[in-house]
Design a protein around this ligand. Sequence first.
Ligand SMILES: [Zn+2]
Length: 335
Amino acid sequence: MRHLRRPRSYVLGVSIFWPLAFLPTPVAAQDPVSSPAAIERYQPVFEGCRGADRQSVAIRAYRQGDVDYRLTVDPHTLRTRLEKASALECDADPGNVEALLSGTPYRRALDVERESEHLVQDAGIVRSLTPVTGYFLTVDLCPSSKKGFNQKMFETLEHASEVHGTAALPVALAVSGRWMKTHPEAFAWLREEAVAGRLQVTWVNHTLSHPYDSHLDLAHNFMRETGIDPLAEILGLEKLLLGQGITPSVFFRFPGLVSSPELMHIVEGLHLVTVGSDAWLAKGQQPKLGSAILIHGNLNEPAGVKLMLEWVARQKKDSIYFLPLESIAGTGRDR
Ligand SMILES: [Zn+2]
């Protein structure tokens, strides 16, 4: 492997490691022989990489069990993969990486993100960038003091063949570390549904602690709250997912959909695609073709779940489809 430049290092606060101890270990970890090694030297990179079958953009580097890995993004499909660095030839020259990105859906998504960075709420991509015949279902799993989650809603939608045919239900789960910590059984259930082929999950980063204070106004709340470490919040959640054997997607959702230009620059610098929503059902917004529909799956917003199930029940078979979130930037897979 060829490295033209050492990846830029970020110092991560120790706070990002706290939730790990509370989560159930992955299935493979129950066997001490196959326990996953710790993830070390986790850091953002921006490299153009050539592998055996394709070119990709590496956005993270880390070491696990003495093996160097890259988290890579296919700029045409927006799908992420974990790849051994030894199987890639990577080039960190920014001009060469941009040449690789030029004209791709990934570049388009990052450009839209930049154009909306001035917004206090709902910056990023809120609906499909190209015409599609479907919708994107996004379910937020913010911290919640409620026991359990909306399991019945997931089960109902899994059986709603009118919106996904016989294929697994595509769903983007915007997961927060604090919810994962306090709802390990729910998290395990969702993972198992994905493994069993009933859910096609895109794991969206919804930050580690999901800051929120009900006494603060929007301009000073969520990730805009003073004292928040955005890098620790974002990279810490990625590490948490990786530690559970899950590949993070390229997507990020701000808590409360609240951001600032400074925060957007950080997300852009990490080469993540911010996804908002133009159809937050509990707020009365109606889905239109191509909408990123937003509901909550943590029992905190029953009105949105009720509206979702009623809306799905009204759809005629084969009239619309739920689509994987990766299709939202025009990747040519609108089914
Ligand atoms: Zn949230």
